[in-house]
Design a protein around this ligand. Sequence first.
Ligand SMILES: [Zn+2]
Length: 381
Amino acid sequence: MGEELLRFVDEGYGVHLLREMVRIPSVVGEERELAEFLEGELQGLGFKTRLQWVEEGRPNVIALHRFSEGRTLMFNGHLDTVPVCEGWETDPFEPVEREGRLYGLGSCDMKGGIASILMALKAIMDSGMELRGTLAFTGVVGEEAYSKGARAILETELAKADAAIIGEPYTEVIPLGISGKILYELIVKGRSAHGFRPEMGINAIEEAAKILTSLDRLRLGTHPRFGRGNVCTLKIEGGYKRYSVVVPDRCRVEINRLIVPGESVETAVEDMRRLIGELGLRAEVEVRTKPPYYEPFEMSPEEPIVKVFTEAYEEVRGVKPRFHYSLSITDANVFAGEGGIPTLHLGPGGGGAHQPNEFVHLEDLKPTSMIHALTAEKFLK
Ligand SMILES: [Zn+2]
């Protein structure tokens, strides 16, 4: 049966679709046009579709095809890309093919993944095969920022999906678990004084600097499969608005921390408080966290979706996928971490995600799509 289905995987359709998607800008916050485009495309494939408005002007696209009673498999992709950054050698919104690579913003992260998923959905529909259960696709807004789109999916009937596959560009090494993250916000409160008499005040920026140079003393949790999390200072602000020689009395810092299973917001905040306590600062420091928060998760290799995915992968690639536990964040933190839906990732490989000159390997589209299609066939049998 598998081979029969694979004959319907139409590479030309996928490449054409990918080119069209690159031409539709969908920088985070501006996903509407791509959502509407994909809704039309999925209707054309025979899916029942709707837009789910997550915020004004920002819809998710939801597409369902119910064969019968049974399991639900949700394919998923995020519609948004990061903003254009410096250094592009081509127009980021014009697909350019060179030596088997297709360049364009979002080509790898993750319009290529969406294209390979739609190729698989088209193959299943074109083959006319009768599966059991429901095949679904969701295209969601805002993965690159707060995952509001993915959270909105958990408010629909798809919260009960039995498994999900996200088209993120994981090709050979597939996560069976992903770290979580918290964002610390430290408010450092000093005391102002004339800048020529610094000893009379408490310099909030200098006190904040002592914390930042001591972050290696945080007790990052370790986990047998994930290893250790990490920390990264993302932002610091403080000091005068308009030039003045005043000891700054306030400084605000944001620090990202990836956490592994076993750690939580509470343990991470406690750890930061302990560190600050040990530094003997003169400033008062308030330790808070702010959104987005992501829950870590890990899956058993015995999950039904993992088993059928492994078979499908091996049938197409001739080798088993390698599984690992990844320090990163994707919408799987929402689907699996919060929603309890076993979630895998597979998408065509490429390079330059979140950088200039992003590209996807075109030759990867077809095998990726074949694995998507076979996984669906096996899971909905
Ligand atoms: Zn992505």
